[in-house]
Structure formats: structure tokens, C-alpha cells
Design a protein around this ligand. Structure first.
Ligand code: BJW
Length: 244
């Protein structure tokens, strides 16, 4: 892939980018769905029906965050953020905080964040550390029992869609890393980017469901292939005369 004319980049990441840090993916053999059926934990209906189960699922994942660290893929994407002179948006479907802990700044969590809560009583969103559980009190209005994880469940609108759409329309290069392409609207980003003229690259352990839509697919571990790709892109930025 020729990256010399690239100015604006959109990178989409999924659970595969955090797998080498020790966080389970969703649809692999040891995936999160193995322990919990998706409809039991990841819909607003499931939360209304059994809030204790949903809280325990997210409390356990929030606790796990403290035991893991960013890997070489997160670090390479943070280096891209620091050194890329053109436009960049890193859109992650992940609710972990490994991209920001690695140093990424131009970052958007489209499916929410484990470290945030949302009060269904007063509507406020806020940072959250430790277990949430059913009886958590809202730090804003003080009401107990109305706080939920600030996570986008099936049937809910992902965050930042307007900003993502603008970036996709403007980008010259769209790169998808460690996602199965099973969940929309993220699975459709490659089509938008291509329609608007961007080159498209997939980096994944196996071809994703939308693999044929990409100009190029690189199969392998994100921890190895992402640093290689970032080196390539930054090298072309340093050697090419176009002003980004
Ligand atoms: C490695 C690796 C290594 C492993 N290196 N790779 C058609 C169009 C539009 C919408 C729909 C549609 N049909 C149905 C819908 C609705 C629905 C949907 O997509 N359903 C599907 C089941 C079909 N979507 C929604 O409801 C979304 N909202 C919505 O659509 O609102 C309306 C709207 C309309 C139009 C525009 C905009 C909005 C909301 C989706 C919310 C998803 N939420 C979840 C759970 C919450 C977060 C959490 O608990 O963590 O988000 S579901 C789950 O899947 C999670 C993930 O972010 C998401 C994607 O999973 P991901 O990241 O791809 O993980 P895996 O496990 O599937 O794949 C990992 C990959 O990595 C694998 O391929 C491995 O091989 C690879 N890998 N190790 C490189 N070392």
C-alpha cells in the first residue's frame, strides 16, 4: 500500500488489539460470550431484568483493568498519534482504557468506557473506579440504585457518530485492527471510507466477516503487525515532501 499521499487517517480497533494484554475477546473460543450470553448482559432489557448479573459482569471486567497493561500495538498507535503530522482519529470499540494509558489522545470510545458511569435518574455521566453494583449512589444527584455502566449496549446509539462520519468522509486511509466485523455500525465503516475514496487496510488474526471489502489484509498478531505498519506510515511521512 502506497502511503505517501496520505494526510488523514482513521483507525478502528476492536477486542483483538487488547487480546495480547490478557483481555478476552468476544467471539473467540475463550471469548466473553462463553461465560455470559450476549442477550443476558449487553442489552438495556437484560439490565432491567437482572441488574445484578449485568453489574457483576462489568464489575469483574473493571477490576481486571487494574491487572493488565497496554501492549506493543497500543504503544505503536500512541506513537502514531504523537508523530503523525496529518489528521488522525482512533476510534475504539473497546471499553478498556489501554489506548489512553499507552498515550493516545485523538481517541474516541464509540461503545463507552468501563471507567465511567451514567445516572438514569439525573442523566449525568462521570468517572467511576471500583465496583458499581446495584446500590451505587450518583455523585451528581446523590440518588442510589440508578447508576449504570456507561456502555453502549445492543439497540443503543454508539457515541460520536457524527465526528466519526466526518472523519471517515475526509480520510485517505482507513485501518481496521482486531475486530471481527460482526457488529454495526463499526462493521460498515470500511464501506463509507472506500465510498469516499480512502485506501483500506485490515490487520487481524484471521480474515474478518468484511475482509473482502478491504484493499489489503494482513493476517497476524496485532502486537507484531501494528508496530510494523506504524513504522511504514511514519517513515513515509518523514520522507515525503507533501505538507500534511
Ligand atoms: C486478534 C488478536 C490479536 C484476536 N491480534 N487480532 C445492521 C446495520 C446497523 C446496525 C445493525 C445491523 N444489524 C443489527 C444491527 C444492530 C446491532 C448489531 O450490530 N447487531 C449485530 C449482532 C448484527 N448494533 C447495535 O445495536 C449498535 N447500535 C446501533 O446500531 O444503533 C443504531 C444505529 C444505526 C445507524 C447508525 C448508527 C447507529 C450498538 C452496538 C453495541 C455493541 N456493544 C458491544 C458490548 C458493549 C461493550 C462491552 O461490553 O465491551 O460492544 S457488543 C461487543 O461486540 C462489544 C464490541 O465492542 C463489539 C465488537 O466486537 P469486536 O471488538 O469485533 O470483538 P470480537 O471478539 O468479535 O473480534 C475480535 C477479533 O480480533 C477476531 O476477529 C479475532 O480473530 C481478532 N484477534 N486476537 C489481532 N492478537
Amino acid at each position: 500500500m502506497n502511503t505517501e499521499d496520505v494526510r488523514n487517517i482513521v483507525v478502528l480497533t476492536g477486542a483483538g488489539v487488547s487480546a495480547e494484554s490478557g483481555l478476552a475477546t468476544f467471539r473467540g473460543p475463550d471469548g466473553l460470550w462463553e461465560g455470559h450470553r450476549v442477550e443476558d448482559v449487553c442489552t438495556p432489557h437484560a439490565f432491567r431484568r437482572d441488574p445484578a448479573l449485568v453489574h457483576s459482569f462489568y464489575d469483574a471486567r473493571r477490576a481486571k483493568l487494574g491487572t493488565v497493561a497496554p501492549n506493543t500495538a497500543h504503544e505503536a498507535l500512541a506513537r502514531l498519534d504523537a508523530e503523525w503530522p496529518g489528521g488522525l482519529l482512533l476510534v475504539t470499540q473497546n471499553v478498556d482504557d489501554l489506548h489512553e494509558r499507552a498515550g493516545s489522545r485523538r481517541l474516541l470510545h464509540m461503545h463507552g468506557e468501563l471507567t465511567r458511569g451514567w445516572c438514569l435518574g439525573c442523566g449525568q455521566r462521570f468517572g467511576w473506579a471500583g465496583p458499581m453494583g446495584e446500590d451505587a449512589s450518583c455523585p451528581s444527584c446523590g440518588k442510589a440504585g440508578r447508576v449504570r455502566p456507561d456502555i453502549v449496549w445492543f439497540g443503543e446509539m454508539p457515541y460520536g457518530m457524527e465526528k466519526i462520519d466526518e472523519a471517515l468522509q475526509r480520510c485517505d486511509l482507513f485501518v481496521s485492527i482486531g475486530t471481527s466485523g460482526a457488529v454495526y455500525p463499526a462493521a460498515g465503516f470500511v464501506q463509507t471510507a472506500r465510498y469516499c475514496g480512502a485506501s483500506t487496510l485490515e490487520i487481524n488474526l484471521e480474515p474478518s466477516l468484511g475482509s473482502t471489502m478491504f484493499n489489503e489484509t494482513r493476517i497476524g498478531r496485532a502486537g507484531e503487525l501494528v508496530p510494523e505498519w506504524v513504522d511504514e506510515v511514519l517513515q513515509s511521512a518523514h520522507s515525503s515532501p507533501i505538507s500534511r
